[in-house]
Design a protein around this ligand. Sequence first.
Ligand code: GLY
Ligand code: MN
Ligand code: MN
Length: 441
Amino acid sequence: MPVDIAPFQARRARLLQTMQEAGGGVAIIPTAPERIRNRDTHHGYRFDSYFYYLSGFREPEAVLVLVAGDAPKSLLFCRSKDIEREIWDGFRFGPDAAREAFGFDEAHPIAELDAKLAELLANQPTIFHSMGYEPDWDRRVTDALNRVRAQARSGCHAPAQIRDVRSLLDEMRLVKDAAEVATMRRAADISAGAHRRAMAATRPGAFEYEVEAELLHEFRRHGSQAPAYGSIVAGGANACVLHYVDNQCRLQDGDLLLIDAGCELDGYASDITRTFPVNGRFSGPQKAVYELVLAAQAAAIAAIRPGIDWNTPHDAATRVLAQGYLDLGLLQGSLDGVLESGSYRQFYMHRTGHWLGLDVHDAGEYKLGGEWRLLAAGNVLTVEPGTYIRPADGVPEAFWNIGIRIEDDALVTPAGCDIITHAAPKSVADIEALMAEARRG
Ligand code: GLY
Ligand code: MN
Ligand code: MN
């Protein structure tokens, strides 16, 4: 249950206001379905991010309906109380307690949704719905619309437009409010602690999954409900597989270990990558590439402030990396030539960041009207340059199989940005000191 329902009420009020400015109508925002993992066993339940953003309500089988107008109102449809089911599956609020606890104007049993929707949609101009997001809901909303159309002879008219409610919500979700920032800072702190624990626990001969277990232990013991995404614990050449999640290999003396892992806390993701030596000391070539990626990240972070466009940090990081590839003899030619031809993509093939929030790759457009969008205070984005060197002709062997990414989470502030994941060490000196300390016991 949310500690403070005021932020959720404020978001509902803002969406209702935006809907009203768009001509009014009814928004239908269902939570996520439960999903079967095998036979009669479910995946761990995770609510829908849009639904949770507006409601704070975590139970499955729930739908939020917002009616804009002179007397705007928010209605929750949820599971009824059921003592028999609660003995097996646990507490459920039921409509009356949910209305009270979460501050809705009305709450009704989910079984009444279809009948009530037809009433609520009558004589409204627009349905705000995430068309194409969940096929079951597309059909249910269309059925409700057809029931209203069927009443035409009694003088009521059906909504003439369907608008994607996500286009309104994504803009809101891009700028985090104070409650979201507070939760994201806590999630970032937990994840930073997990990376410190993983560095301290890493030894040659250990398995990747043993280090993953250290991360999960730290997430969970601080109240995180789940990892925000599948943890990547990639030793040696595995670090050159961008979405490696097997985590089954034994860690080798002399290799690097790349860990991309972050917890989810109360719905909000954190996303951190650190790369460090399995034996606690960087080799010369590892250090050279590591310092390059760190410098690229520093250049990207230095660029972040309100008013710069989304692509500027990426350009800053790419420029540093491209020059570094020339200096290290990984590429030949001129900086302009490498940037223009895109030959740097042999070693850096992804972008430097993404929005972060309720979803790890969070909602929100990156371009508006064909132009990169400008950053604003309250945006949260990752900054995650990397370098992945697969064996190839012309690539000095000393660098083969080095894969390095360094990823932090940045909150855009009026003056620049705040790196909320700073508690995870990343300078060569800090990493080596932490690992040496852990070995001293
Ligand atoms: N861990 C997912 C990402 O970094 O985008
Ligand atoms: Mn990541
Ligand atoms: Mn990321």
